[in-house]
Design a protein around this ligand. Structure first.
Ligand SMILES: Cc1cc2nc3c(=O)[nH]c(=O)nc-3n(C[C@H](O)[C@H](O)[C@H](O)COP(=O)(O)OP(=O)(O)OC[C@H]3O[C@@H](n4cnc5c(N)ncnc54)[C@H](O)[C@@H]3O)c2cc1C
Length: 297
């Protein structure tokens, strides 16, 4: 690709070409990215984003890929994957600093072990801290932005620190989607370590009982419409078990569309459209995707 020589002068991480994306997603679907960057340091991330912006390159910022659906054709552009890099977690009193590449489940556990309450409901949300911030991830009545104080991100080509009041966030959405998130500061409350561990354990069990965690999935495919549950709408429209090729609507949880028989992204898209149509016809409700589509344009 054009400009790669320039990047190699400053970027110390790994550069891969035509890298298949499926292994980097929890749905295990999708074709290759033209350029796939694995930064090793914060400076690498800054260099990569500066290079992308300078040349106006198509790009996608990736965490653990637990909320994305990549097209079979893959992504014509540059993917920057942040995972196993920028993983620092620091706890001081009730203040927590976490870098964007840290695992959210690990952050939850570390804060509980430090006797801090506020994140325990998110113990079963896979992915990175960066992905959780971008999505305003939430579960069982808690959203990550409930406890965010600041977010550090590359905005344009500048590293800026935003206060929570400067960020627009709502259910599974923030206005950080053009930024590269680097880290955050959270403020938690003192809690009882044993009670918090117990709560986390019970919620993880609840997930195992109700979600098809044994097959490739991306969690809830659709957002819950206001005052309703997408899963209940899909189930009552009689769509549980519906199959297109290797993908189906889970019989365990109707808002989980799973890649249970070696499907393709085209199968998944057709299934998504069939479910949307079924729910619209039966209930008059338009379901909105929670999962992010990558490389379909
Ligand atoms: C079994 C299962 C259960 C789930 N349960 C829940 C749940 O209860 N609640 C919930 O909210 N979600 C849930 N999810 C969805 C998913 O785990 C969350 O959305 C998670 O926060 C995504 O993190 P990630 O690192 O995997 O992000 P990715 O999937 O890699 O990316 C998601 C979005 O974040 C962006 N992004 C990632 N990192 C950065 C960064 N550093 N800077 C800027 N943008 C970035 C990507 O561009 C993309 O738009 C579940 C998923 C699975 C597979």
């Amino acid at each position: 690709m054009l400009y790669l020589d320039e990047l190699t002068k400053t970027f110390r991480g790994e550069i891969r070409l035509s890298e298949p994306l499926a292994p980097y997603t929890s749905l295990k679907l999708g074709g290759p990215a033209d350029v796939f960057l694995i930064p090793r340091t914060k400076e690498d991330v800054i260099e990569a984003v500066r290079w992308i912006r300078k040349h106006g390159l198509r790009h996608y910022f990736l965490g653990y890929g637990t909320n994305i659906l990549v097209s079979d054709a893959g992504f014509r552009g540059v993917v920057v994957r942040l995972a196993d890099t920028l993983t620092e977690i620091r706890i001081q009193g009730t203040k927590v600093y976490a870098e964007a590449g840290a695992s959210l489940p690990l952050l939850v556990l570390e804060t509980i072990k430090a006797g801090l309450a506020g994140l325990e409901s998110l113990g079963g949300v896979p992915g990175t801290v960066g992905g959780a911030l971008l999505m305003n991830a939430g579960a069982y009545g808690t959203e990550i932005f409930d406890v965010v104080e600041t977010v550090e991100a590359i905005h344009g080509s500048k590293v800026l620190k935003f206060d929570r009041e400067d960020i627009h966030y709502e259910y599974r959405k923030t206005n950080l989607d053009h930024d590269f998130i680097l880290s955050c500061e959270l403020v938690l409350k003192k809690g009882n370590r044993e009670d918090l561990l117990e709560k986390r354990k019970n919620l993880l069990q609840k997930r195992r009982d109700s979600q098809p965690l044994e097959v490739p999935n991306a969690g809830s495919i659709f957002k819950n419409p206001p005052g309703k549950f997408a899963g209940a709408l899909i189930e009552s429209a009689g769509l549980k078990g519906l199959r297109v090729g290797g993908c189906s609507v889970s019989t365990k949880h109707a808002n989980f569309l799973v890649n249970d028989q070696g499907g393709t992204s085209s199968d998944m898209i057709s299934l998504i459209e069939a479910v949307r149509k079924g729910v619209l016809d039966q209930h008059g409700v338009k379901l909105e995707l929670e999962v992010k589509k990558v490389g379909f344009e």
